[in-house]
Design a protein around this ligand. Sequence first.
Ligand SMILES: Nc1ncnc2c1ncn2[C@@H]1O[C@H](COP(=O)(O)OP(=O)(O)OP(=O)(O)O)[C@@H](O)[C@H]1O
Ligand SMILES: [Mg+2]
Length: 263
Amino acid sequence: MALIELRRIFKSYFLHGKRIDVLRDVSLDIEKGELVSLIGPSGAGKSTFLHVLGTLDAPAAGTMTFDGRSVFTMNDAELAELRNRSIGFVFQSHFLLPEFTAVENVAMPALLRRLDRKQALHDARELLERMGLLARAEHRPGELSGGESQRVALARALVLKPTLLLADEPTGNLDPATGESIHNLLREVNRELGVTAVVVTHNEELARSMPRQLRMATGSILPVVPEGGEGEDAPLSPAVPTPPTPAAATPEATPGFPEEGGE
Ligand SMILES: Nc1ncnc2c1ncn2[C@@H]1O[C@H](COP(=O)(O)OP(=O)(O)OP(=O)(O)O)[C@@H](O)[C@H]1O
Ligand SMILES: [Mg+2]
């Protein structure tokens, strides 16, 4: 059984009477311990896909299991518990809390769970050390560079030892060397902490350095065929010319999620 099994996921946005089909019949397995890169042009739906994977957003149709548990039938409390316990998120913008220091930001998920404060700060410090940021532990986000902030956000996503790490362009707006060091950190975290990770990136070279590479385009997610042609070439999500009508997005399909705007 794969850690994540997504089946027939559809998702559209409705804005000003227009429908944008972002995910069109996406089916995908992610095995425990995999390190996966996801590339694709701006607007292809990478963030949308990551939000669905992270249970932050509901699809219109489709199913997903996380460690064998059906996700889209969970209620809000169960979903929140799953997210807190098992999923770490590095967002496209890092969203550090400006009034707290780096080490407090990293410890925040543990502090919010009312775990032991001393232990939480100790774990946070250890992660910052791994990120090469121990010397910045007492800095506030306004006193950190962009790359340092991203590394703090990565440490924060890891402090509760998630099963799954979802990183949305953690190297966006960074110089190539800092970007590469963050990708190295992700590989290290994957290898040494056993964290399954899906990383969205615009950097093709860094994407290629990940053991499994996916590309997103026109609503589908396809494996990247490496040069030399050893990869799979069958689409993981067959192109489906007729996405479901809004009426197909029954509330029964996604109980536990708030209604989406515009539907
Ligand atoms: N809340 C929303 N309402 C309407 N349309 C949206 C909404 N969020 C995203 N979209 C549209 O859905 C599409 C996919 O957006 P998404 O953010 O997933 O793309 P992306 O691949 O992450 O792009 P980027 O590389 O620029 O971050 C885009 O065309 C976007 O304009
Ligand atoms: Mg995005």
